[in-house]
Write a protein that binds this ligand. Structure first.
Ligand SMILES: Nc1ncnc2c1ncn2[C@@H]1O[C@H](COP(=O)(O)OP(=O)(O)O)[C@@H](O)[C@H]1O
Ligand SMILES: [Mg+2]
Length: 331
């Protein structure tokens, strides 16, 4: 799918904004705060169903009652998102839905400036990052994850009760183990798949012999039964602390550069090439898994890259529709 136009109404600082997209590369140029990232955010909502950075109430232009995003594809298809201050509706082919169905989602490779700090940021931001990517690889991953998160919330709420018996959390232990296992097995499988390509793709960018791997760091190493046992044996401790210690909500993704933790051993330039390699692999895997070539949204990162890495980026995404934001003009 190729986007033809994007129209924003009352979206962040935009009262009315229209972007006419090129089939290949479009550039949104403007000063900081003029609303460039917001345009990518609008495209992301129309293609993925929700924002990568905020809830709808924050997106709605201050003082307005609704926002609207209209994305028209060159095929003639159209996706409309409307938010009325309370809930969001998607209108696709004259059908209204509250959520964007799998069929109406479209793969996107999103590249934010903060992604360049992925290795040195928090485990939470790394989980959020990979969860967003894996949710695109496999819609069921997102379903398992959100069921897991709901069960975790319930268990944690119970743990705050003053008098609590172990069997009161039994049901939640079962759910956490079931969905937790689904999540961790898919995380492992996707990381393995990324790792199969990571060093090669990295070397093609950096033109050297260094190796790159991602490791999933998780407390979970057994099966569903082992998971339940771990939760049960943690019960007293969890009750005192008022939250669940064990589980996939503590997983982390560790980048290794030549076998050592990349954060601290890889240089700034090497880190950039690693992230670039990761993006290329994401695009390739999305295309392979979904049979659709992802739209590439590059937020302010082009200017962060040197000439060689820019050329790699352009070459790698030559068959994708790319939308770039930048403060300075790029040749
Ligand atoms: N709900 C809102 N209503 C009005 N303005 C907003 C809202 N949310 C953010 N803004 C403003 O919109 C501007 C656009 O932000 P952003 O898209 O991040 O700009 P850029 O990427 O060009 O730096 C910012 O100046 C921000 O203060
Ligand atoms: Mg921005």
């Amino acid at each position: 799918m190729i986007i033809k136009t994007v129209k924003l109404t009352n979206f962040r600082n935009h009262s009315e904004y229209v972007l006419e997209c090129k089939d290949s590369t479009s550039l949104i140029l403007g000063e900081n705060g003029c609303g460039k990232t917001s345009v990518l955010e609008a495209i992301y909502i129309a293609t993925r169903g929700k924002s990568f950075r905020a809830v709808d109430a924050d997106i709605l232009k201050r003082g307005e009652e609704f926002y609207r995003v209209e994305v028209e594809y060159i095929s003639g298809e159209k996706a409309v998102v409307a938010y009325d201050g309370e809930s969001k509706t998607f209108l696709i082919d004259d059908k209204k839905t509250k959520r964007l169905s799998k069929k109406n989602k479209y793969p996107v490779v999103l590249f934010l400036p903060s992604d360049l700090n992925l290795m040195s940021s928090s485990p939470t931001s790394r989980r959020d990052y990979f969860d967003r990517v894996f949710g695109q690889f496999d819609a069921m991953y997102g379903v398992s994850l959100s069921k897991y998160e709901k069960a975790l919330k319930q268990r944690n709420e119970l743990l705050k009760k003053e008098y609590l018996k172990p069997d009161e959390v039994f049901y939640w232990n079962l759910l956490l183990a079931k969905y937790g296992m689904e999540v961790v097995l898919k995380r492992k499988a996707f990381i393995d798949e990324i790792n199969e390509k990571l060093t090669d793709v990295y070397q093609s960018i950096a033109e050297n012999e260094d190796t790159v791997q991602i490791e999933l760091e998780t407390m979970v190493d057994g099966d569903e039964n082992g998971y339940i046992k771990a939760l049960e044996s943690d019960f007293e401790r969890d009750r005192i602390l008022g939250h669940t210690r064990f589980g996939v909500h503590k997983d982390d993704f560790i980048f290794k550069f030549n076998g050592k933790v990349a954060n601290g051993s890889a240089s700034r330039g090497e880190v950039r090439s690693i992230i670039l390699a990761l993006k290329f692999i994401e695009a390739e895997m999305l295309k392979k898994k979904l049979g659709q070539n992802p739209i590439v949204l590059l937020d302010d990162v082009f200017s962060e890259l040197d000439e060689t890495r820019r050329r790699c980026l352009v070459k790698n995404f030559r068959d994708n529709q790319v939308i770039i934001t930048s403060v300075e003009s790029i040749e």
